[in-house]
Design a protein around this ligand. Structure first.
Ligand SMILES: [Mn+2]
Length: 499
């Protein structure tokens, strides 16, 4: 459980078994060569939160619990709940956290573990150990939570309750024995903390830079390794290996999508019924959507490339149409711009390019009026990214509501602001179900040159996904992989296909 190094930048070290703790500037990392995340990142989040709240309020959050596989005694590798990570960075299950707004003091409550724990799991950490590891003001056991809070005499406890607009699920509200004896408000906190999560601090951006760089490097390793004859999961494995072995990323942020050939048009390929197990064929396009996770922060990157390292003219047409969409967004995205407008900017650029390639015909604005963009790219342009891969804050009460029609799939309709991190992920897919619908729809069928479309049956699709930071004047791309046809071909020429 404590397979994690606490490393120090200070000259003064205190040794606690294998843990090294600093009294000066505590950081967390996965060891030499991995990013040292300053614990001040979490302290700053608490400071930002306290500024939005009032004296007399105490924030109380409950962390994640470890989950067993069904009725067995085998546990899933623990992943902390994201709001809990945001406020304190604590990595162990079964904890609570309290922030007293008046005094700005941070309280961590940890489970009181049985003695037998030491037989199976190793030494139990003392409250003092936890205090040093997480740089909080006080640490108590969970069974002392009620008493400690009572002594603080809060006017009100703020708990977290609100909808996740991507999943439809609700954040788990803190509950503990004796909570009824307090005045509890479960409405104030959620919109405030979710909004704070939307705008990343410089400290958070550093972590996101690292996880995006690690994921980009892992994608590049996959591109060098990929060749016809491999199974898709062998490429997935190269990605996972690089992220973990080199980058110290124990988790990926979501199930790896490694589609080749017609599987690249299956938007959430890689699930249990389609576990990345097709053999990659010569002539296939690969669409690999994979992102690592470090200190809780997610990357979400997609690379599309020909399995044999050389684009055919047909592959190039689709790839460059998607690249045109991405480049158009890169040119126009900046603070104040509506995300819905960026979605349409991407669609227009892609449709224009496909029209130039004779796959579509007619006026691009008419195509959009008739929903052709939604046939070829049924998903949104991109989403907020942070501690969750589909990060929170997309549709908070003060934000534009979810649009109707083809833009309804967008996970946010917000205006861009500096400090937001989003994915830009235009795509073009030949999804049999949707093409069939368009062919049978009198208003849509006329925009397609069906003899050209027929060449693309079984082609699959292309997606290009970058993770970008909105800056004061535009964007900074946190992703760093070969993107143009020339760049991809030159890069892959050093790989398995050409050895
Ligand atoms: Mn994404």
């Amino acid at each position: 459980m404590y397979d994690i190094f606490i490393l120090l930048s200070s000259m003064v070290y205190i040794h606690f078994g294998h843990l090294l703790l600093s009294i000066m500037t505590a950081t967390w990392s996965m060891g030499p060569g991995t990013l040292e995340v300053p614990l001040s990142l979490f302290a700053k989040n608490r400071e930002r939160l306290a500024k939005k709240l009032k004296n007399g309020q105490i924030v109380i959050l409950q962390g994640g619990d470890s989950i067993n596989h069904y009725d067995t005694d085998v546990e899933y590798v623990f992943r902390q709940e994201s709001y809990f990570t945001w406020i304190c960075g604590v990595r162990e299950p079964g904890c609570y956290f309290a922030l007293d707004v008046g005094t700005k003091k941070a309280y961590l409550f940890v489970p009181r573990l049985p003695e037998e724990y030491e037989v199976w799991m190793g030494k139990r950490l003392s409250c003092e150990n936890f205090q040093n590891i997480y740089a909080v003001d006080e640490v108590h056991y969970v069974d002392e939570l009620q008493d400690v809070l009572k002594q603080l005499k809060p006017e009100v406890l703020l708990t977290l309750s609100g909808p996740n607009t991507d999943s439809g699920l609700t954040a788990k509200e803190a509950i503990f024995e004796g909570i009824n004896e307090f005045n509890v408000d479960n409405e104030t906190l959620f919109p405030i903390i979710a909004e704070l999560r939307v705008i990343k601090t410089p400290e958070e951006i550093e972590v996101m830079r690292y996880v995006c760089k690690t994921s980009s490097d892992a994608h590049k390793q996959v591109m060098l390794h990929a060749k016809p004859g491999l199974l898709e999961y062998q490429c997935e494995s190269v990605f996972l290996d690089h992220c973990y072995r080199v980058g110290g990323c124990r988790h990926v942020s979501y199930t790896c999508i490694c589609g080749s050939g017609d599987n690249s048009a299956i938007l959430h390929y890689g699930h249990a019924a389609a576990p990345n197990c097709k053999m990659i064929q010569n002539g296939d396009m690969c669409l690999f959507d994979m992102g690592a996770n470090y200190a809780g922060y997610a990357a979400d990157i997609t690379c599309s490339f020909p399995a044999n390292g050389k684009f055919t003219d047909d592959q190039k047409l689709i790839y460059e149409a998607v690249l045109a969409a991405r480049d158009a967004v890169f040119r126009e995205a900046k603070p104040g711009v509506k995300w819905t407008d960026m979605h349409l900017t991407a669609n227009r650029a892609m449709l224009e390019h496909l029209k130039g390639g004779n796959l579509l015909k007619g006026d691009v604005e008419e195509m959009i009026k008739h929903g052709i963009h939604g046939i070829l790219q049924p998903h949104g342009l991109g989403h907020l990214l942070g501690l969750d891969v589909h990060d929170v804050g997309g549709y908070l009460p003060h934000c534009p509501p979810r649009p109707d029609g083809p833009l309804a799939r967008l996970r946010t309709a917000r205006l861009l602001q500096p400090g937001m991190v989003l994915t830009v992920e235009p795509g073009c897919y030949f999804i049999p179900k949707l093409l069939e619908g368009a062919l049978n729809n009198q208003e849509q069928a006329g925009f397609f040159n069906w003899d050209v479309v027929d060449k693309y049956r079984g082609f699959g699709g292309v997606r290009i996904e970058d993770d970008v930071l909105i800056t004061e004047s535009g964007i900074e791309d946190l992703t760093s992989v070969p993107r143009t046809v020339a760049e991809i071909e030159a890069f892959m020429a050093n790989g398995a296909n050409f050895k």
